[in-house]
Ligand binder design. Structure first.
Ligand SMILES: CC(C)(COP(=O)(O)OP(=O)(O)OC[C@H]1O[C@@H](n2cnc3c(N)ncnc32)[C@H](O)[C@@H]1OP(=O)(O)O)[C@@H](O)C(=O)NCCC(=O)NCCS
Length: 178
């Protein structure tokens, strides 16, 4: 997805002790969250990034970099970027788009609305930056994420062949947020 990636051999293993029955909340990311966020990213996704990349996105787009917490531990995050470009749905229309760069929820906390809450709040942040569309890439095999985005009224705009390093295709999913 983005060029600033960790080599896969540096991935740490997760060891977490979080009570999955605790209620969760979604708040803005702060720099002291970074280690927990990168640990979640490395354990949940093959697309990984150097710390500078997180800092840059937070510095530029703090309203769309969010974490979910339970018992004051971070259990998920979403990180986005606001871009200028062509609409995914309207021909030759230039606009601001909110790009969901990375989203993950720890396995023990999945299926209870954390992912949905993160995306919904990030979309609100995108509107504050005056973005008119939101979009993302998702592996064609990632049915959980595809279902989550559909629940939030994203639809599939197109398919990008061999988008991922391992050759898997991506769907580009998009939603009008004007
Ligand atoms: C995708 C991911 C973020 C979903 O997080 P989550 O907190 O479990 O999602 P939610 O509980 O908010 O679920 C929202 C909707 O997604 C769908 N969904 C979630 N998990 C699902 C699963 N395992 N199978 C099918 N649909 C699923 C459902 O439609 C669900 O709505 P419902 O609860 O009303 O049925 C999480 O599975 C994850 O971190 N996966 C690994 C990283 C990843 O794939 N990131 C996205 C990259 S594009």
């Amino acid at each position: 997805m983005d060029p600033l990636r960790f080599p896969s051999s540096t991935k740490p293993r997760m060891s977490e002790n979080i009570n999955p029955n605790e209620p969760f909340e979604v708040r803005l990311f702060k720099p002291s969250d970074l280690n927990q966020v990168t640990t979640i990213n490395l354990s949940c996704l093959p697309e990984n990034y150097h710390q500078a990349f997180y800092h840059i996105l937070h510095y530029r787009f703090p309203k769309t970099f969010l974490v979910a917490t339970a018992s004051r531990k971070i259990i998920g995050y979403i990180m986005c970027r606001i871009e200028r470009g062509f609409s995914e749905t309207q021909r030759l229309k230039l606009l601001k788009k909110g790009h969901i760069v990375s989203l993950a929820v720890l396995p023990n906390y999945r299926g209870r609305g954390v992912g949905k809450a993160l995306v919904a709040k990030a979309v609100k942040g995108m509107k504050e930056y005056d973005a008119k569309e939101s979009y993302l890439e998702v592996r064609v095999s990632n049915q959980a994420a595809i279902n989550l985005y559909k629940k939030l009224e994203f639809h599939t705009a197109r398919r990008k062949e061999a988008y991922y390093k391992d050759g898997e295709d991506a769907y580009i999913m998009t939603k009008d947020i004007a």
